[in-house]
Design a protein around this ligand. Structure first.
Ligand code: 3EB
Length: 332
């Protein structure tokens, strides 16, 4: 088997402690229900998200590269990089800016400064975790303000026609944060034929549309699927109907997977990692049964308590997959 450019693990604290012993290879660590753990070497980038596991103890998302990484700090963005990939994270400084949209724009401009300074011109995946995402702030919902700031920064600095894959989810306590992966070449972007592109959502969802593609294909090797929910066209379906939303979400994941396989002209493997955001932790068993039936018992799953950016959405699922026949596979 060829060595993939990175490995992704979802781990509890004891497992995370063991995984980071080879600290030179850590691109970044993401914490759910955890502050920076004492076992993490100081040079490893860490982001404490405002999200918590759906149940049980703190969890960690660990991005490990195939080769050694160097820590990088540019302005307020901390990260790490090797030849091929960069990881970075920044807190959204709401106290220091006049409005959430100004804080989000400043954070993304900081990210573009990081990308310029490191030579990683192409962000391939963003995660946006906002506190109180659906709350009104002076007459406009916080998620809608977030979209204004993000679009403003992207139109000024994104050096590719379409934005990469992303997730935008609400958390309960703490600081709003962004983290990302970047590469030297833009990812191929994938849309969902069942859904209106998010960047083309009509203005009923806010003055600026969300800047993300439904999926990113990196290096003909990895598929990053954005947060995916029970939306068809641009409308939320199956209000107050958990099993309806689960089935629609899985249909949407399958549609994105099909579109990605056509774009890459390659099949995806059975190797999946899912991050599953639940409005209510009590949904976990029902969702888990459906995901396991759809994608097999081997797929990795991290369940988080999250607020979706539309309050009618009961769940959202993102995924990382690998193509069965990456370009590397053909090398001797
Ligand atoms: C949707 O399909 C659901 O604003 O970055 C999913 C993924 C959603 C990313 C974002 C929002 C975002 O519109 C919400």
């Amino acid at each position: 088997m060829p060595r993939p450019p990175f490995e992704l693990d979802y781990a509890d604290a004891p497992t995370a402690r063991a995984l980071v012993t080879d600290s030179a290879k850590i691109l970044g660590v993401v914490g759910y229900g955890a502050e920076r753990p004492d076992f993490l070497p100081a040079s490893c980038p860490f982001v404490a998200t405002p999200l918590t596991p759906a149940d049980g103890p703190a969890m960690f998302e660990i991005w490990r590269a195939a080769g050694p990484c160097d820590p990088v700090k540019i302005g307020e963005v901390t990260g790490a990089r090797n030849d091929a990939l960069a990881f970075g994270t920044i807190a959204i400084d709401e106290a220091g800016a006049g409005s959430l949209e100004a804080a989000v724009e400043a954070a993304y401009l900081g990210i573009f400064d990081f990308l310029d300074a490191t030579g990683f011109s192409a962000p391939i995946r963003f995660w946006n975790y906002l506190t109180a995402i659906t709350e009104d702030e002076d007459g406009l919902e916080r998620y809608r303000r977030f979209n204004i700031g993000r679009q403003q920064a992207f139109s000024a600095r994104l050096r590719q026609p379409l934005p990469p894959a992303a997730s935008g989810v609400g958390g309960h306590s703490g600081t709003s944060v962004i983290y990302f992966l970047a590469a030297h070449e833009p990812a191929l972007t994938v849309e969902n034929p069942r859904q209106v592109s998010a960047y083309a959502y009509p203005p009923i969802y806010g003055p600026r549309s969300p800047s993300f593609s439904r999926a990113s294909i990196h290096a003909a090797e990895t598929l990053f699927i954005s947060g995916t929910a029970s939306i068809v066209g641009h409308q939320t379906l199956h209000l107050d109907d958990l099993s309806g939303q689960i089935d629609e979400t899985i249909d949407n994941l399958r549609a994105v997977i099909g579109a990605a396989e056509r774009t890459a002209a390659a099949p995806l493997s059975e190797h999946w990692a899912f991050k599953i955001y639940l409005h209510d932790a009590a949904y976990r068993e029902t969702v888990d049964r459906a995901v396991e039936t759809a994608f097999g018992p081997e797929c990795r799953r991290l369940y988080l308590r999250g607020d979706m950016c539309r309050s009618e959405l009961l769940l959202e699922i993102e995924a990382v997959g690998r193509f069965a026949s990456g370009a590397e596979e053909n090398k001797p």
